[in-house]
Design a protein. Structure first.
Length: 295
């Protein structure tokens, strides 16, 4: 675009010089002819004044037409450059559209692939089928109640959908065990947020979800895992997902226990307010939590 601008200025300068040069030459010729006549012939004063008026008129006409020619040349240059700029802009818009379409297609492909992996993790255990999708819905409702904007809602929904993808690295013998886990087995389970973050770390559109996924098992009082951070050190998205994850886990059947009722699950969440969960989030989104049975 800058090169076109410089080209326009250069052309205008050249045409201006040519137009004024031609105008100047014509003026010199006209004036010279009249001056020769003035020296060759004796003129009365009135006739001389009339003669000067005639010269001035011719000068004005020549200058006018010179500027008019320059004006039309300038308009032509503007039109030519404008057409080129329009063509270039249209080409750039088309290229941008194609790139955006390709990028969106790639992002959808990534999302579908990771979503398939997430569903595959849920499918390993018939008791957790659909768990990630339900957690995503619950997290989104709580976040909306807290006033999250569209982009933030999209990120928390993605993080919730993929929060357990790290369980793909946990052996079935541990993941599906019906008896109480040993300390070593539980330590392996506690690694799944880190494993999940590592799996997703190379996917650009999930960059803003990684911290939520990594910390969704941290407790507000610092007793959670994998790092034992507390309070507002835990990303707010992770604090929301923790509530949604716990509610869905409690209201689903497990090999080692039957599902709790909606009322029992809500009472347990309220009981853990300020210890496992952020009290402000529960207080603000209490109506949403109370109505989770409608999902």
């Amino acid at each position: 675009m800058f090169s076109n601008k410089n080209s326009l200025i250069k052309k205008f300068a050249i045409y201006s010089f040519i137009a004024f040069a031609i105008t100047g030459i014509i003026l010199v010729i006209v004036i010279t002819m009249h001056i020769k006549n003035d020296f060759a012939i004796f003129m009365p004063e009135l006739e001389f004044e009339q003669h000067m008026i005639d010269i001035n008129q011719k000068i004005i006409i020549v200058v006018f037409f010179g500027l008019l020619i320059l004006y039309f040349l300038f308009i032509r240059i503007i039109n030519t450059v404008s057409k080129k700029l329009i063509e270039q802009n249209q080409s750039l818009i088309q290229q941008k559209t194609k790139l955006e379409e390709a990028y969106n297609k790639l992002q959808h492909t990534y999302r579908d692939t990771v979503s398939t992996l997430s569903k595959a993790v849920d499918a390993r255990d018939p008791y957790t089928a659909g768990h990630s999708e339900r957690v995503a819905v619950i997290s989104s409702k709580i976040a909306k109640e807290l006033g999250f904007v569209k982009k933030e809602l999209e990120n928390i929904e993605l993080a919730a959908q993929f929060h357990d993808i790290g369980k793909i690295g946990v052996p079935d013998s541990i993941l599906l065990k019906t008896d109480k886990l040993t300390n070593i087995e539980f330590d392996l389970i506690k690694e799944h947020p880190v494993i999940g973050t590592n799996i997703l770390s190379k996917i650009e559109f999930l960059k803003e979800t990684l911290q939520m996924i990594l910390h969704h098992h941290e407790n507000y009082d610092g007793s959670g895992y994998p790092f034992g951070i507390s309070g507002t050190e835990i990303p707010i998205g992770a604090r929301i997902i923790s509530i949604a994850d716990t509610y869905d886990a409690m209201t689903s059947d497990r090999p080692y226990r039957k599902a709790l009722s909606h009322e029992e699950a809500v009472q347990e969440i309220i009981r853990c307010k300020g210890t496992q969960f952020d009290a402000k989030i529960i207080d603000t989104a209490f109506e949403v939590i109370q109505n989770l049975r409608d999902l």
